[in-house]
Design a protein around this ligand. Structure first.
Ligand SMILES: O=C([C@H](O)CO)[C@H](O)[C@H](O)COP(=O)(O)O
Length: 435
């Protein structure tokens, strides 16, 4: 039977206990005191988990790099059944940890996170006596598109040890991991940031169990998964999250100033076709419409915010072409006409007077819009809170991080709905900066 381990990467102990309870209801077998929880609450986190779940296997994710024996001893004496340390530690640390694990009757899991040659290191660990290996891609590397599955497929064929796998797993990837030979599936974010923890744990349980009960378990088990392209994934996520989620993910970078929606409720997600123009000259903005595809957003910088360079006729043309939206550091006009069309428009100003079509400026060059640099093909997300620009090179990472922000907020909302205050959920007083 494949085991499911819920990773409690949460810094508030009460929330961690609550979430663990829900995850167990959904079918989690092992409960992990995640490294952030251990750093926040120390060994007390393990004691409390032991107390609350006397029958469950508790894993302490110590991420030990040195002093192997004492760290394993601490975790074991606090109630852990399994202690996780780092494969990057020296062999002598691993051997000391193994000795301590034996002495205190716990198992040792060794984590391959950030190992350059994981297959070779896994072989060395097995030779040292390790029998539980975690094939793991850490959270920050996940955000850049890395997955543990490739590493898993190589390692599971080659080593004689029990194998755990971790790194952004969801039902589909958990199932894939089992097909590749994983014995323990470790899941953090997908479960703990869900607004229905029990259901999410159940989804993992179902995915894993349905594969285990199918005949022909193994890499040729016939399970196939639809693969989205990175671009599709970015669009999917940006359509789901908000501009504030993205701003949080970018540590407050990317938000335009002084530009807001003209029609609340209309959202833009698209890639920038940029235009720089001068003094209300509307030739280049109108020419840019003909270069746009379905997911493109026209992003314009105009040096004069009191002279419109966009109006009803341009809006009609853009809407007919299926342009995703318009963002203007400048002015538009003809509100009575453009409000009847569905094009989302974000602008700095609305004025009745327009400029002339002189053809000054450029299309698809670097511009500054609302104080932010925008390059052609950058991602634009605009909603009722404002407009953010995400550089194309960082789009996948930012989308993944924004999704984490969104999931976390959904979960917190759910706890507030159940009667808690925001301050108590986040333990604000405890986490205020100490003088
Ligand atoms: O070990 C973990 C990470 O390094 C933070 O401590 C996570 O528990 C592990 O990666 C599982 O969490 P997800 O990747 O969010 O599923």
């Amino acid at each position: 039977m494949v085991l499911i381990q819920v990773a409690l990467d949460i810094i508030e102990l009460d929330r961690a206990l609550l979430i663990a309870k829900e995850a167990v209801l959904g079918g989690a077998d092992w409960i992990e005191a995640g490294t952030p929880l251990i750093k926040s609450e120390g060994m007390n986190a393990i004691r409390k988990l032991r107390e609350a779940f006397p029958q469950k296997t508790i894993l302490a994710d110590m991420k030990t790099m040195d002093a192997g024996a004492i760290e394993v001893e601490m975790a074991a004496k606090s109630g852990a059944d399994v202690v996780a340390i780092l494969a990057r530690a020296d062999d002598v640390v691993i051997s000391e940890a193994l000795r301590s694990a034996k002495k205190y009757g716990v198992r040792l899991m060794v984590d391959l996170i950030s190992i350059d040659e994981p297959e070779a290191r896994a072989q060395e660990l097995v030779a040292l006596g390790v029998d539980l290996i975690n094939v793991h891609v850490g959270i920050d590397r996940q955000m850049t598109g890395k997955s543990p599955l490739e590493m898993l497929s190589k390692i599971s064929r080659e080593i004689d040890a029990e194998i755990a796998v971790a790194g952004g797993l969801k039902p589909e990837t958990a199932q894939e991991a089992v097909a590749m030979g994983a014995d323990i599936v470790i899941v953090g974010s997908y479960i703990i940031h869900s607004d229905n923890v029990a259901q999410s744990a159940k989804n993992i349980r179902h995915a894993v169990d349905s594969l285990c009960s199918a005949s022909g378990l193994g890499s040729d088990s016939g399970v196939s998964f639809s693969q989205k392209s990175q671009e599709e994934e970015i669009f999917d996520i940006f359509r789901r999250v908000s501009s504030p989620n993205i701003s949080d993910a970018m540590h407050r970078k990317g938000a335009m100033c002084g530009i807001s929606t003209l029609f609340p409720g209309r959202k833009i997600v698209g890639r920038a076709v940029t235009v720089r123009t001068l003094g209300g000259d509307w030739a280049k903005p109108v020419e840019a419409i003909d270069l746009c595809g379905k997911n493109d957003v026209i992003v314009i910088f105009n040096s004069d915010r009191n002279m419109a360079m966009w109006g009803g006729l341009a809006t009609k043309t853009a809407a007919n072409r299926g342009v995703a939206g318009l963002v203007v550091d400048g002015a538009v006009r003809d509100m009575d006409e453009i409000k009847k069309l569905s094009l989302p428009i974000f602008a700095a100003n609305v004025v009745p007077n327009a400029g002339d079509p002189k053809g000054l400026g450029e299309i698809n060059c670097e511009i500054t819009c609302g104080g932010q640099i925008v390059n052609p093909r950058d991602f634009i997300v605009a909603d009722d809170s404002g407009v953010v620009v995400v550089p194309k090179e960082k789009a996948y990472e930012i989308a993944r991080r924004a999704e984490e922000v969104w999931k976390k907020e959904q979960r917190i909302l759910d706890e507030i709905d159940k009667g808690q205050s925001m301050s108590s959920v986040l333990e604000l007083l405890k986490w205020e900066k100490q003088k």
